[in-house]
Design a protein around this ligand. Structure first.
Ligand code: ZN
Ligand code: ZN
Length: 479
């Protein structure tokens, strides 16, 4: 009893301390309070029941060329493109095509003024900008094979429900209820989830639509230090996780190079912009098991989420988007960056993630687009669930990655802008994939590039990596 009471008191004191610092923060400005609690308060994700994937039936695709020649045969004249009035306010984007028959924009009517709905003159298909990628599917309940009914339209998704009373899902839920629950269910059926539900996301986002890397607008000739000095700065700041201020001080104390911490941050920004296309487009040799996790970073005083996806076997980071939200769209974008790096999508593709339902929703989203993969959830380390035990080693790998990232991140005091955070993360990934030896890889780096290996020391390796990145950009331009 007594030790429990002490623990309780300690908890209470800690809680009060937090309140005091929060109040101090309000009175004296946030810097005082921030230093004390520079770890985010644990924010649990929204627990939500996500049902199995529906049966997705894709409708047949039509070919507008065939439809046009059929029209010609039937009517004895060709179907003309849409005639547009000269002073028409509504524009049909020239790159827009019909989702059903692929007719070009010249055959598309702007259907309802500026609301963004279109109709295809060739096949009659009605669609809008938002749902144009998903126009082709019908969803059926996986438990009773009945077509699902759309019951709600939210900003980013539609909710579908199986309304069949004979559905085995519904029957099971009803039968599982206790007497008491059945009573409450009669009075307030809305309080219970008894029917199969599916969410169809309609983000304006097309999976695997890779953009060609653009040449960043950076001029490395405006870096007024020698390549070797730049390599030194990168080594201290990125590899050893020293803050920009400490790196500046060290450059002066040890190497007699006078450079401000702001200049260091500017240089890091430029190097990140140059190396990002190389890091993102490198032809990685990958396995088929990946793990993912979210960690926090501070951007403009607010906590953001950094999504890491990485090859569990090869120890290569493939995806690292920063987002203010821990939502389904962020999960989709993070996964998409992994898919973009796979030459073909393997049949036994597997992702190990935490229990956050956003990954299951993302899995459903990709299935709608014909991309299938397995998700294994590893929930908390004390969980006895068999799935958790089997994949715990993988989860531990990503937790180690997170720790090593946080070790380097701690030196920064957060970022003044989204770009700053992206720069830092990009350089960390470049270091992690190409420069950092791993004990689990017999002290080899995950991606071995002979040109880098040949270099005698780390600053030279950074310089070489910048060279290779610039060469890559030049090749992209001339390709
Ligand atoms: Zn069409
Ligand atoms: Zn059903």
């Amino acid at each position: 009893m007594f030790p429990q009471f002490i623990t309780y008191l300690l908890e209470y004191i800690k809680y009060q301390e937090k309140i005091i610092f929060a109040l101090l923060g309000i009175i004296l400005g946030k810097s005082v309070a921030k230093a004390q609690f520079d770890e985010p308060v644990h924010k649990p994700y929204r627990k939500m029941e996500v049902d199995d994937m529906p049966i997705i039936e894709t409708l047949e695709k039509l070919d507008y060329k065939e439809l046009l020649s059929n029209y010609q045969l039937k009517h004895g004249k060709e179907l003309k493109p849409v005639v547009r009035r000269k002073n028409s306010v509504v524009q049909v984007p020239t790159n827009l095509t019909c989702p059903k028959c692929s007719a070009p924009s010249s055959y598309l009517y702007a259907n309802n003024g500026d609301k963004g709905q279109y109709q295809c003159k060739v096949c009659g298909c009605l669609f809008n900008q938002k749902n144009r990628f998903l126009k082709e599917a019908v969803f059926k309940c996986p438990h009773c094979q009945k077509t699902l009914e759309k019951i709600k339209e939210r900003k980013d998704f539609y909710v579908f429900k199986c309304k069949n009373n004979d559905c085995s899902f519904y029957q099971r839920k009803i039968n599982q209820m206790s007497k008491d629950e059945k009573e409450r269910f009669k009075k307030d059926p809305q309080a219970f989830k008894v029917r199969y539900i599916f969410r169809e996301f309609n983000f304006d986002f097309k999976p695997l639509s890779k953009e060609t890397p653009e040449k960043p607008k950076v001029d490395l000739s405006r870096i007024y230090v020698s390549p070797h000095t730049l390599g030194l700065i990168l080594t201290y700041h990125v590899n050893y996780g020293l803050s920009a201020r400490k790196t500046a001080a060290l450059m002066y104390d040890v190497h007699q190079v006078k450079i401000s911490h702001q200049t260091i941050l500017n240089y890091m920004n430029s190097v990140a912009l140059i190396t990002k296309p190389f890091v993102d487009n490198y032809p990685y040799q990958l396995s088929n098991s990946f793990c993912g996790d979210e960690t926090y970073i501070r951007v403009k005083g607010r906590w953001h989420y950094l999504f890491f996806f990485f090859d569990a076997v090869k120890k290569i980071i493939l995806s690292y988007p920063v987002s203010p939200n821990r939502d389904t769209l962020s999960a989709i974008k993070a996964l998409d960056q992994v898919f973009q790096k796979l030459k073909v999508i393997p049949e036994d593709l597997m992702f190990v993630v935490d229990g956050n339902p956003i990954y299951i929703l993302a899995q459903h989203y990709f299935a709608q687009h014909g991309i299938h993969f397995d998700i294994h959830k590893v929930i908390g380390l004390t969980n006895d669930d068999p799935v958790s035990t089997e994949y715990r080693p993988l989860k531990q790998i990503i937790e180690r990655l997170n720790r090593s990232f946080k070790g380097n991140y701690r030196a920064t005091t957060g970022f003044g802008s989204q770009e700053g955070s992206v720069s830092f993360v990009t350089l960390f990934v470049a270091y992690f994939n190409f420069l950092r030896p791993h004990t689990s890889l017999e002290n080899k780096v995950p991606v071995i590039i002979p040109e880098l290996e040949k270099m005698p020391n780390m600053p030279e390796r950074w310089t070489k990596l910048i060279d290779l990145s610039q060469q890559f950009l030049v090749e992209q331009q001339s390709a």
